[in-house]
Design a protein around this ligand. Structure first.
Ligand code: DON
Length: 631
């Protein structure tokens, strides 16, 4: 047994930055809690395993590990002790992984007994232990650990525990020997399990493995990280290693909830409300699914074999931080961030006036749902209810998933069921921002594989999906873009209302330039002294976001222009423009524009009016983007 060290430990957070106690309220709370319960006396050391009676009753450590891998510790949080019964949920998980749920349930029940941990609670009819948290069930679970030899099984088990803890763990030889030599009751239990066929061969190797698992040396910090691994669905939040399949975590936490604290389970659930497990060496591990795990170490036990300080600390923390897991957390975020239409939420593609009018007239026929947060049943239900209640005029649905942090399978299935039924009514459904949702993407692909006619689409991002919707609406209005035909200058929006003679004058001042696809037309940082009037093709205005990502600011096509801002104020260009398709522009230099002061002031005024009108259109679109927080 290694020596202890000073009680008040500087708090350690994930990034190894040391936080002084005085600055971190959580550490301060933990320090205060340790201070409050350190004087708590009462309880006695376990003696039925003689080596355990050598523990120091004043040892007292607390550790909290969060879902994000931050660990807060105080007191003897690094004092090694043996894990004892807290090993049981982890071995039960391994049995589920090795044998599958059905085979395990066949041999071990999941009913709380209300009896002490070492009670011989076997079902009369089958001899099946009532649950995996009492010794009988735990020994049965250990017997299900796969392996080619006793050594192999032990190494697998120790490796698993080390993965949970995020560091190599080891056996406390002296406790193991002490338990093996004094474990007569467990030996009897193991033979009863052999007798009823729950264990199918000589039970001694399984019992020995059980004694070893109970004698694995951990400290509070290890236990808290092991618990946090279960809290976040089976991946170690510090090392990010997958340790247990998410599908088995629920079962482990369920039996910890109903049976983990034995004949104190009911009162524990009532007072503390966290799946938990205690051990006779003085450890207590409590888990708040999705959020954190609390580990407490203090050897003196109450009459039920639970650490006196351990129970007190968990009860106080649960009350203080309102951790009871049945307290329904109010969803932090509404699943539906916003519901708008293509009328109010436009793509970055600039549109000619006629197109803008058509989108303003028909944009309400495409509803845009921006979803967010972790989507579970409650969240997806609110979205589905809203979509189902949309009027018949809504012929298109666009679901932006880019802010959805997680979507569980049942919710993905429900959402897709609705979208498939909408699609069957020939109402188009498109998804954007799917890169974080492979599960939904797979279901979508399967639905389309089944019926390729279903108007279901997944589009890279919201902006392109909005453009897709707009193009579909415009095409319904018979307004197809033909960027092969070159637009005459007289029909150009920026040259609207200019008399033919003035137009001829202007054409004489401008230069016609052609651009190949992907050709850079202007670069950010260059002096801006030219106005580009697009008469054919399509060009995108792009800017580099912090972090280097290229963002589309706008896409312009025939009848639109770009470069007016820097041409007018002579500032350097703030974005670069690249041709997306073969494009043609008429280019007016600043000097030519200025020459109109003398040559034809009326033309300059008309040009300025049109440029101002186009600037206000861009401004109002940027405003609606900002309001939609799409900037
Ligand atoms: O089998 C035993 O009795 C011990 N190795 C473990 C018991 C235990 O930790 C009970 N927990 N409160």
């Amino acid at each position: 047994m290694r020596a202890t060290f000073n009680p008040f430990r500087v708090v350690r957070v994930r990034s190894d930055v040391r936080l002084p106690l005085d600055r971190c309220p959580i550490a301060r709370r933990l320090g205060a809690l340790h201070e409050r319960f350190r004087p708590l006396s009462g309880g006695a050391l376990a003696t039925y395993i003689p080596e355990l009676a050598r523990a120091d009753a004043s040892w007292f450590g607390i550790a909290i590990a969060t879902a994000e891998g931050s660990v807060y510790e105080v007191g003897d949080s690094r004092q090694p002790f043996t894990i004892q019964s807290i090993s049981k949920p982890f071995v039960y998980g391994l049995a589920l992984e090795d044998r599958g749920k059905a085979a395990v349930l066949q041999r071990i029940g999941v009913e709380p007994t209300g009896d002490a941990f070492n009670e011989i609670s076997l079902e009369a009819s089958t001899g099946r232990p009532r649950n995996p948290m009492i010794n009988a069930g735990a020994i049965a679970a250990t017997s299900l650990v796969a392996g080619s030899s006793p050594e192999d099984r032990w190494e697998r088990l120790l490796a698993l525990f080390s993965l949970y803890a995020g560091r190599p763990l080891r056996l406390d030889e002296s406790v193991y020997v002490s338990e093996r030599e004094s474990g007569h009751r467990n030996r009897a239990i193991s033979h009863l399990l052999r007798n009823s066929g729950i264990i199918e061969c000589d039970p001694e190797p399984d019992l020995d493995l059980y004694f070893r698992q109970c004698s694995i040396e951990v400290d509070c910090r290890d236990l808290s990280i092991m618990g946090a691994t279960l809290a976040v669905g089976g991946t170690n939040p510090v090392t990010h290693e997958r340790v247990l399949k998410a599908s088995n975590v629920d079962e482990v936490l369920s039996v910890m909830t109903t049976c983990g604290m034995y004949d104190y389970a009911g009162e524990w659930l009532y007072r503390v409300g966290l799946p938990a497990k205690s051990g006779v060496a003085g450890g207590v591990l409590a888990i708040l699914p999705g959020q954190l795990a609390i580990a407490v170490f203090s050897p003196p036990l109450d009459a039920r074999g639970n650490s006196v300080r351990g129970v007190a600390v968990c009860e106080a923390l649960s009350e203080e931080l309102e951790l009871h897991f049945l307290r329904a957390p109010r969803p932090q975020l509404s699943a539906l961030r916003s519901r708008s239409t293509v009328r109010s939420l436009g793509s970055k593609r600039a549109r000619l006036r006629a197109e803008r009018e058509a989108l303003s007239a028909h944009g309400h026929e495409a509803a845009v749902y921006q979803l967010q947060g972790d989507l579970r049943f409650a969240g997806i239900e609110s979205v589905i209810r809203r979509m189902v209640n949309e009027g018949p005029e809504v012929q298109r649905f666009l679901l932006d998933m880019s802010r959805v942090t997680d979507l569980d399978t049942p919710s993905a299935r429900l959402l897709l069921e609705l979208c498939t039924s909408l699609a069957r009514e020939q109402r188009e459904v498109s998804f954007a921002g799917m890169e974080r949702h492979p599960r939904l993407a797979r279901l979508l692909a399967e639905a389309r594989a089944e019926d390729a006619t279903l108007p279901l689409a997944a589009i890279e991002d919201l902006d392109l999906a909005l453009e897709w919707c707009e193009n579909a609406i415009l095409s319904d209005c018979g307004m197809k873009h033909d960027d092969h035909e070159e637009l005459g200058l007289a029909r150009h929006e920026l040259l609207r209302g200019i008399a033919p003679d003035q137009l001829e004058l202007l054409a004489g001042l401008m230069e016609r330039r052609s651009f190949a696809p992907r050709q850079l037309v202007v670069r950010a940082g260059e002096p801006g002294d030219e106005l580009f009037l697009v008469v054919r093709g399509e060009l995108s205005v792009l800017s580099e976001a912090p972090g280097g990502a290229i963002r589309r600011v706008a896409t312009v096509s025939a009848g639109m222009g770009f470069g007016e801002a820097s041409m007018l104020d002579g500032a350097v260009r703030t974005a670069f423009v690249r041709a997306d398709r073969p494009s043609v522009c008429w280019v007016l230099k600043r000097s030519s524009f200025d020459s109109l002061d003398a040559a034809c002031p009326a033309l300059k005024i008309r040009l300025l009016e049109n440029l101002l009108r186009s600037a206000t259109t861009i401004f109002s679109r940027l405003t609606s983007d900002a309001l939609a927080d799409r900037v």
